[in-house]
Design a binder for this molecule. Structure first.
Ligand code: GLC
Length: 792
């Protein structure tokens, strides 16, 4: 009688163990330098410190996955040896920045600040779970916790209450809540209780992040369908710290060539050669600055990569030379699909040298894209990346300057490349499930490294649509096939913010909207936003009407000319912001949540599209249909950029939003370097450096730097400029670096004051010139060790 229920009990326990497995108790913990190895009842785990501030947590049921991270470039911090404290119930490992506490009975983790405040922790009831191969980390969802990051995702700035899937997807004309799209960056920042932490889940499969979408506040979670639970915690405690830590782990963007920061003109497609030259000449005739003309797929012969269409572009070198002579750079699109065609060199070489992905039986995968039936290069293998890079010679020999990597989700008609397709990963093979989300990253890497090899010491310019964490090391990212609508204009700012919060600084959207025809107002407004966006390119679907700056009537053309000219004036400021990214990881377009992380207004849906462009400009996107807007200005003193009207921060202001003047504000105390405008960045910048400063606020410092804007290692000259609004002075020090400044004079423009008062330069008095009701200026030689002081 007793036997049957017992058997049933055992069976029930066995079945439930099959359904849901948790790590169980800690059986042993062994520390070896910066690594702790844990054996648990049902799992194994390691903790590895990459620095004092970054710890990697890894759980697996049995053996760990092979190490094949495409994202992480930091090597683990071997010299770090966390301090251990053991009690009956837990073990704690501490560095100067973070403590990891593990509960002996459940193997649950809690990560704390040095003063014992919880940054992030496993959910108290169930932390790590496996259901079959599916693994999930359930974590405490703190009251009022905000979630930032996740890359290019649509929707609000604050990811709380939403669920996201990471699976790179080509979705033309995507909706403003569409998910997933082209980019997967499984990284988020949690902000709560005056703290911030970051988690990067380095699992390239189709991961799911749930920021409390349907758990009634019980937990947040992230899951993968298979593989390790392998994540890195960045200790913060500020959002800026998290971004710095995360970009130490996954790398930072190298300085782009200056020309790539100018205005770029694109459409699907400009051809033949005569039309391209016409376009270029029209820019020059109309005196609208422009640096780049981009060729979309029609430049190729039957859409075959690394070829030129014989009739449309019979002599590509001649075209590139003519464009260069007019001060333009030439960028061409490259797609990964290689047309199956006997005698086509890329096809024959790829076949011969084993560069294409295969099915498990060794046969080649075939999918259809623009050229028809194609094979796909395996960018997870170094040999294939090198081959791709060498093949780019067909473009660089013709004088192509930059590479636009498209369709690299990878996209094939019908979307889903079968899961069984095999990838090499340099000898650690895996299937499409693991390769899919890193395909675009691999292609961008191949293009970047290829460009650098073909032209050593020239800064590569690559743009990509698909990406994974770490893509910033190789490429700019644009937000794909958006729509010509005000909703998309507003959304683009949040997609750019999300990318910036996730380590990617060089980003933007198709100005004007890719699909659909913008009204003159929408085009103008978007152009205005583009001025304050790191990547500034107008692009248009082949079905759309002409969308060049002169295609919208005389008024719009005149306005757009002025706006694009403003972009060129701001280039030294924009370059300085890219340099700041190199040093700190901070993006160029910065969500207000980076600096004002604990101000709830920043997450308010009315204001979450606002962001800082560089250190000092606050940009408030406004739909093209509105001429007034409510903007929220965070704590501090602000001026309207352009009019210099003063606004007190910490409150909402209703401001005008004329079509030619997007609400942009500059922070009191700011220094903004500007340069004269040429036809493109190749034109001489003349010998005047303008330094614009705004009254009030805190002491501000910036490094002003000049270099040739194109070499990786060029002689540069730089100097530290400091503005002290309280003591009313602007000064700069010695010239650093091997180069010398081309600027010979500084024109100081002080905003916010129009008194004639007196100024002195290194003790010698100099008169102000009052130029507008709220501006005055003076000009001095740009000699080292100069201090300008003034009184009213
Ligand atoms: C994709 C790209 C788009 C490009 C088109 C043709 O849709 O996202 O920018 O113009 O392909 O190459």
């Amino acid at each position: 009688m007793l036997r049957i229920p017992l058997l049933l009990l055992v069976l029930a326990a066995y079945t439930s163990a099959q359904e849901l497995v948790q790590p169980g108790r800690i059986v042993s913990a062994k520390q070896n330098g910066n690594t702790v190895e844990l054996r648990c009842d049902n799992a194994r785990a390691t903790l590895t410190w990459y620095s004092d501030e970054i710890v990697r947590v890894r759980f697996a049921r049995d053996a760990f996955d092979a190490e094949r991270s495409s994202a992480v470039v930091l090597t683990s911090g071997r010299a770090i040896s966390p301090h251990v404290e053991e009690t009956d119930t837990s073990i704690r490992y501490s560095t100067a920045a973070i403590t990891v506490e593990i509960t002996r009975g459940t193997s649950r983790l809690r990560l704390l600040t040095p003063d014992g405040r919880v940054l992030t922790e496993d959910n108290a009831g169930f932390g790590v779970t496996w259901q079959g191969s599916d693994v999930t980390s359930h974590r405490t969802l703190f009251r009022d916790e905000h979630f930032l990051g996740m890359g290019e995702k649509t929707g609000p700035l604050d990811r709380r209450g939403r669920r996201f899937v990471n699976w790179n997807t080509d979705f033309p004309a995507y909706g403003i809540e569409q998910d997933p799209l082209y980019v997967s960056i499984p990284f988020f920042i949690g902000v709560h209780d005056s703290l911030a932490y970051g988690i990067f889940f380095d699992n390239t499969r189709k991961t799911v992040f749930d920021f409390g979408a349907s758990s009634d506040g019980r937990f947040m979670s992230f899951s993968a369908p298979a593989g390790d639970l392998d994540y890195y915690v960045c200790a913060g405690p500020t959002v800026a710290d998290v971004i710095r830590q995360y970009t130490t782990l996954t790398g930072r963007a190298p300085m782009p060539p200056r020309w790539a920061l100018g205005y770029q003109q694109c459409r699907w497609s400009y051809y033949p050669e005569s039309e391209v030259l016409n376009l270029a000449r029209t820019f020059r005739e109309k005196d609208i600055p422009c640096d780049v003309i981009t060729l979309d797929i029609h430049y190729m012969d039957a859409y075959k990569i690394f070829t030129w269409h014989p009739d449309r572009f019979p002599d590509p070198k001649r075209l590139a030379d003519s464009l260069h002579a007019l001060g333009f750079r030439l960028v061409t699109i490259v797609d990964p699909g290689i047309k199956i065609e006997k005698g086509y060199p890329a096809y024959e070489e790829g076949l011969r040298d084993g560069h294409f992905v295969t099915y498990p039986d060794g046969t080649l995968y075939i999918g259809e894209v623009w050229p028809g039936r194609c094979h796909f290069p395996d960018f997870t293998n170094e040999k294939t990346r090198l081959w791709w890079g060498r093949s780019m010679r067909a473009l660089t020999d013709a004088g192509v300057d930059g590479f636009w990597n498209d369709m690299n989700e990878p996209a094939a008609w019908g979307q889903n490349i079968p899961d069984v397709v095999r990838f090499g990963f340099n000898g650690l093979p895996a299937s499409m499930r693991e390769a899919h989300n890193v395909y675009g990253l691999g292609m961008a890497r191949a293009s970047y490294e290829g460009a650098l090899k073909l032209r050593p010491n020239i800064r590569p310019y690559t743009l990509t649509r698909a990406a994974y964490a770490g893509v910033q090391r190789y490429s700019a990212v644009w937000t794909g096939d958006n729509l010509a609508s005000d909703e998309h204009l507003m959304l683009s700012s949040r997609m750019v913010q999300g990318l910036g919060l996730s380590g990617v600084p060089f980003t933007g959207s198709d100005v004007g909207g890719f699909i659909g025809d913008p009204s003159p107002d929408l085009m103008t407004r978007w152009m205005n936003l583009g001025v304050f966006t790191p990547f500034f390119r107008a692009h248009k679907h082949y079905g759309g009407k002409s969308a060049e700056p002169w295609a919208f009537g005389r008024d719009a053309e005149n306005t757009m000319r002025l706006l694009i000219r403003l972009r060129y004036r701001l280039l030294p400021y924009i370059e300085a912001a890219f340099r700041t990214h190199e040093r700190t990881g901070l993006p160029v377009a910065r969500s207000l949540a980076i600096e004002w992380s604990h101000d709830p207004m920043v997450y308010d849906w009315r204001f979450h599209s606002e962001y800082l462009f560089g250190d000092h400009l606050l940009v408030a996107p406004v739909p093209s249909t509105d001429r007034r807007a409510d903007v929220y200005l965070p704590a501090g003193i602000w001026y309207r950029f352009g009019s210099d009207s003063l606004f007190l921060g910490g409150s909402i202001h209703t401001v005008t939003a004329p079509i030619a003047d997007l609400p942009v504000f500059v922070r009191a105390g700011a220094i903004i370097p500007m340069r004269p405008v040429g036809r493109s960045t190749s034109d001489s910048i003349g010998d005047t450096l303008e330094l614009h400063v705004w009254e009030g606020g805190a002491i501000t410092a910036m490094v002003y730097r000049e270099d040739d804007g194109i070499s990786v290692a060029a002689p540069s000259a730089s100097t530290l400029v400091e503005h002290n609004p309280a003591s009313r002075s602007l000064s700069w020090g010695n010239t650093e670096g091997r180069g010398s400044f081309r600027a010979r004079v500084v024109r100081l423009v002080q905003h916010g004051s129009n008194k004639e008062g007196s100024a002195s330069v290194n003790g010698v008095s100099v008169p102000w010139t009052v130029s507008t009701p709220k501006q005055r200026s003076l000009t001095v030689p740009f000699t080292p060790q100069t201090t300008i002081t003034w009184r009213d």
